[in-house]
Structure formats: C-alpha cells, structure tokens
Write a protein that binds this ligand. Structure first.
Ligand code: SF4
Ligand code: SF4
Length: 179
C-alpha cells in the first residue's frame, strides 16, 4: 500500500493549475465572443456568480476580486464566488473557463455539454453558432476536468452537479444526451 505524502491542499492546487493550463488560451470559439454580447456572462448582479469546483478555492487565494461564500447545490455544501464583472483572466475560476459548457460524466469519462444555465444568456449555444465552436477547446476542457477526478470526492461532486444541471434542463430547451 502506498501513502500519499502530498497534503490535500497542495495536491488540489497542483491539479487545478494543471487543469487551467490544459485549457490555456483556448476559448469556445476562435475569437473574442464577448464582442457578440458585450460579455453578458460577466455582467451579473451582486448575487450572480459561479460555483467553485471542490477545493478550487485553494488555488484562488490570489483572486482577491472574488467574494467567496457558502452555498448549497441540492443537499451538498459548495462554495460560490461572486465577482465585480472584471477580473484578472489568469486567475478566473474553472466555471468561467468552461462557460457556456459544463462537464458531465458519460460512460465513465468527462465530456463537455451545453450548460443549461446559459441557455437564455449565451449566443454560443444557438444552433447557428455550432459550426464555429472549437473542438480543441471542448477536448481540452474535458481533459482539464478529467484530471481533477484524482481529487478525493470529485466524482461524487460531478454526479450531484449533473443532477443539478438536469433540474435546469427541465426548464430550458437545452438538454444533454449521452453519446
Ligand atoms: S455570454 Fe457567451 S458569447 Fe457572451 S461572452 Fe459569455 S461565453 Fe462569450
Ligand atoms: S471572474 Fe472574470 S470571467 Fe468570471 S464572471 Fe467574473 S469577470 Fe467574468
């Protein structure tokens, strides 16, 4: 039996940095989509924000533009971050890097699917935008989240996250179909 000598927080920091690097400068389309909608997804109210993934706050200690609070995702306690609508892009959370897509578990692997919470907000989820989506972004995003599954409890989080998204799917035209 091997013993892991790396403290959980250090391991989480390492894995999140690796995940952020995997996505790097890739974005859903090979252009600044913020010009399509005047960066709608960054213009929320004081209570709008993004879920943090498990232990993600350990890597966000320099992101002082974020206000992180406790929240609930179903029965699960989670951390939720609110920003003032501008940030240091290098320090933005994973949810921002993935938007308007969300990770789902399918046949034991992570894949990226349209995020139903973005259905009425993001023009990239329109059918007309599909040909412009960058497959390199989608596969890097899936690989980034796949790497995080080494964190204890991450699969359980993904399972609950998928259930939360199913709740949103019931109210939007966007649904996720397993391949
Ligand atoms: S709402 Fe969609 S199109 Fe607009 S900036 Fe955000 S990701 Fe890009
Ligand atoms: S942290 Fe940055 S990318 Fe994320 S919503 Fe705020 S301004 Fe937009």
């Amino acid at each position: 039996m091997t013993t892991c000598l790396v403290p959980a927080k250090d391991a989480a920091r390492l894995l999140y940095r690796r995940a952020y690097r995997r996505i790097g400068l890739l974005t859903p389309i090979a252009a600044d989509c913020g010009r399509l909608c005047r960066s709608k997804c960054c213009r929320g109210g004081e209570k709008d924000g993004m879920l943090l993934f498990p232990m993600e706050e350990t890597v966000l200690y320099r992101a002082d533009f974020l206000r992180v609070t406790d929240a609930k995702m179903g029965e699960r306690a989670v951390r939720f971050a609110v920003c003032p609508g501008r940030c240091d892009r290098d320090l933005r959370p994973l949810s921002c890097r993935l938007y308007p897509f969300a990770p789902r578990l399918s046949k034991g692997r992570v894949c990226m699917a349209p995020d139903p919470r973005a259905a009425y907000r993001c023009p990239l989820l329109c059918r007309q935008a599909q040909p412009y989506l960058d497959p390199a972004f989608l596969s890097a995003a899936a690989a980034a989240v796949e790497g995080l599954r080494r964190l204890p409890g991450f699969d359980g989080f993904l399972h609950d996250y998928g259930r939360m998204l199913e709740g949103y799917e019931a109210f939007t035209g966007i649904s996720y179909e397993e391949e």
